[in-house]
Design a protein. Structure first.
Length: 199
């Protein structure tokens, strides 16, 4: 039954892609409706800010619309959209870090308009902890993980994707994902012993 479902989904994806590539606006609206919550939650997992996550999610769908002609069915449509979401989120974080460095430099010369740093003061839908403070602490420590560990952990633990799905999105082997998850959990357990025992 699962194999049949996968075939049906693949055929549905192919039809959706065909419609999107032909400029069908109704198909694009349906795609946004189907993926907007997943994309937003994934962006939120990386950015820790609801407004930023909304902005980046919009950028994701703009990119999907612009790049749909480059989609070649090597991976599933959903996997491709997730990959764009990860890349856009990481790109936003890189730009934010550059802005923070620049604001620090300008503040030295008397410019009081210093950008505020991002905080992890929010509740991600994929995190169920006893209280807000523990959630904030967990997200702060996830942010400190090396990039690939952070991506793998966010996709698997917060977005509840399988190792196979994570490997497709990250374009690495399943064994690489397993290794990244092992190191991520080890790092988090070492730094969160008093806060989060059950990774």
């Amino acid at each position: 039954m699962k194999a049949i479902d996968q075939i049906d989904k693949h055929e549905a994806d192919e039809e959706t892609v065909r419609l999107l590539q032909s400029g069908n606006e109704a198909a694009f609206r349906q795609l946004v409706e189907a993926y907007q919550n997943k994309v937003y939650n994934l962006c939120l997992g990386f950015l820790k800010n609801e407004t930023d996550a909304e902005d980046v999610a919009q950028e994701v769908f703009v990119e999907v619309y612009r790049s749909i002609h480059q989609f070649n069915n090597d991976s599933g449509l959903g996997t491709w959209i997730y990959r764009i979401s990860v890349n856009k989120s990481l790109e936003f974080l890189r730009k934010s870090k550059r802005k923070k460095r620049f604001s620090w430099l300008t503040s030295i010369f008397g410019n009081e308009e210093v950008l505020e740093s991002q905080t992890a003061d929010f509740e991600h839908p994929g995190v169920s902890l006893e209280n807000k403070e523990r959630s904030k602490i967990l997200m702060e420590h996830i942010d400190r993980l090396p990039k690939n560990q952070k991506v793998a952990f966010t996709l698997h633990k917060l977005e509840d994707l399988s190792y196979k799905e994570v490997s497709d999105i990250m374009q690495v082997s399943i064994s690489s994902v397993e290794s990244l998850m092992f190191r991520a959990k080890k790092n988090l357990k070492n730094t969160l012993k008093d806060y989060y025992k059950e990774l």
